[in-house]
Write a protein that binds this ligand. Structure first.
Ligand SMILES: *[C@@H]1O[C@H](CO)[C@@H](O)[C@H](O)[C@H]1NC(C)=O
Ligand SMILES: *[C@@H]1O[C@H](CO)[C@@H](O)[C@H](O)[C@H]1NC(C)=O
Ligand SMILES: *[C@@H]1O[C@H](CO)[C@@H](O)[C@H](O)[C@H]1NC(C)=O
Length: 469
């Protein structure tokens, strides 16, 4: 074999080895944490080649960052040092070369200066994007500040601080603050974008809300070697003007779909189950599998303002009669992620009317059951946001469709009104029409005789208690 082609084959084998050892093992071993990184890299990454040089950290990080963009964009990234891609819900720019990032001030947006000769496409300098993965939702985008990327600037500002790892810049504007959106729009996209960097990332937060980063601190620290930095203020929180410098950067987040990590989408190889494992590691949750119990715990997510269960007391009594220990949880309880995650992690069944509280399913142990009560007219949303994700997370899923008579809409509209007889005709008109009716405008009184079957079904799906003898 010619020397050149042998080198090519060796290089290829090295990449394969890197892929096999690093990328597949990184998720499973994320819980080792950054402190053990040297140990881990000595053992799993081939550190020496036959010619005695070391596999460079910088090269490895670049290799990982390139995987965030597919095909043609990856070639562009190699040639221009930067590539920006437009996915259906998110815009994302990846650069494998140095940047300086100035925080936003009252008169200028957060700006990423591309200082290593990166080339933006003609006509796109500056390139402007809003780093929150809901770009088709104008309301979310209004609440997300734009970030500018600037190439070939003659006088980029000097660095106030220099960081060793790539910047991952994202926003906690948009719909952040609602638990479904926190997980779906921010935490899962962050995991997809930064998880494979094994903490060798510096998180930068635009539309910064201190309570948000505080609430998810443990999760964020599982992705980054240092506390998050604020780069653009929210209306409530001004951010100090500063210039941060990095060897590389990602602006914006990958997004795959509702509570979804798609193994066949870039960066590739991570599943929704991997996200769940990551989250459980970050929060130190110990429950891996639902355990058999004489009286398994059912956590009921109680709703108060809309989609409330008007006969909640009756539902609780019924669940006890069927054989559950019942814990009713009001939204205030959920404000502490760590504490409530532990409660959910120890239960067998998580039950609730369709709504953000059901997102707590991410904390359930494998084999647990999600029971979703689907209000009138909300079948589509129930399937998209909770039913399919529950199954993808290795959970059992049971649903109860409220009949129209169980909804307060039944008394509010004439019996032949399309709201009652043809919800699809309402949903088709868009969320701004359907929301006040189906999402915000109904409460439910469950038919307890019929609901009993749903609860029995959930109980049967749980493992049988193991006898102590
Ligand atoms: C995952 O991505 C592939 C390729 O883009 C696509 O065909 C598939 O439908 C996606 N899966 C889900 C669950 O969206
Ligand atoms: C709902 O939004 C659409 C566009 O998104 C608009 O055309 C329509 O007028 C809105 N309807 C109402 C009731 O606000
Ligand atoms: C639903 O019930 C809550 C109280 O539990 C009440 O405040 C709200 O107005 C009710 N909404 C509807 C649409 O009936």
């Amino acid at each position: 074999m010619a020397k050149g082609s042998r080198r090519l084959v060796l290089g290829f084998l090295l990449l394969l080895l890197l892929y096999a050892t690093f990328l597949r093992s990184n998720i499973a071993s994320l819980h080792l944490g950054k402190l053990q990184l040297p140990h881990w890299s000595d053992n799993l990454i081939p550190t020496g080649r036959s010619d005695g040089t070391n596999v460079d950290d910088v090269e490895l990080t670049r290799f990982l960052l390139r995987r965030l963009v597919p095909g043609k964009a990856r070639r562009e990234l190699s040639q221009n040092g930067i590539s920006c891609i437009a996915d259906p819900e998110s815009d994302l720019c990846v650069t494998t070369d140095a940047v300086r990032i100035s925080t936003a001030t009252s008169s200028s947006p957060a700006t990423v200066y591309l200082t290593a000769g990166q080339q933006l496409r003609p006509g796109f300098n500056p390139f402007v994007l809003r780093p929150y993965p809901r770009k088709t939702d104008s309301f979310a985008m209004q609440r997300t500040a734009p970030v500018h990327l600037l190439a070939a600037h003659s006088k980029p500002p000097p660095c106030d601080s220099t960081h060793p790892f790539p910047a991952i810049l994202f926003s906690t504007g948009g719909f952040a603050g609602n638990f479904f959106h926190d997980v779906n729009d921010v935490l899962i996209p962050l995991f997809l974008t930064a998880g494979h960097l094994r903490s060798r990332a510096q998180l930068l937060v635009a539309d910064f809300e201190p309570w948000w980063t505080q609430k998810y601190r443990r999760v964020l620290l599982h992705l980054s070697s240092a506390a998050s930095l604020a780069v653009a203020s929210s209306p409530s929180t001004p951010v100090e003007p500063k210039v941060h410098c990095f060897p590389a950067a990602v602006v914006g987040l990958k997004y795959h779909g509702s509570l979804l990590c798609n193994t066949s989408d870039s960066p590739g190889g991570v599943s929704t189950l991997d996200f769940r494992r990551f989250l459980h590691d970050a929060l130190g949750l110990k429950g891996e599998r639902a355990a058999g119990a004489m009286r398994p715990v059912l956590v009921l997510i109680s709703r108060r303002r809309s989609r409330a269960l008007l006969n909640e007391d009756g539902v609780v009594a019924l669940a006890k009669k069927v054989g559950f220990e019942v814990e009713v949880t009001a939204p205030a309880r959920m404000s502490s992620v760590g504490e409530f995650a532990g409660v959910v992690n120890g239960c067998g069944v998580l039950m609730g009317v369709h709504g953000a509280g059901l997102t707590n399913m991410v904390f359930l142990p494998a084999g647990a059951v999600v029971v979703q009560v689907v209000p009138w007219g909300l079948d589509w949303a129930a399937a998209e946001y909770y039913a399919r994700p529950a199954r993808r997370m290795g959970l059992h899923y049971v649903e109860y469709h409220a009949a129209v008579e169980e909804s307060t809409l039944y008394d509010k509209y004439p019996k032949d009104n399309p709201v009652l007889v043809d919800p699809w005709s309402i949903n088709r008109q868009g969320y701004n029409v359907s929301r006040p009716i189906y999402t915000d405008g109904q409460n439910l009184t469950l038919d307890l005789a019929r609901f009993r079957e749903t609860l029995s079904q959930a109980l049967q799906l749980l493992p049988r208690p193991t006898r102590p003898w």
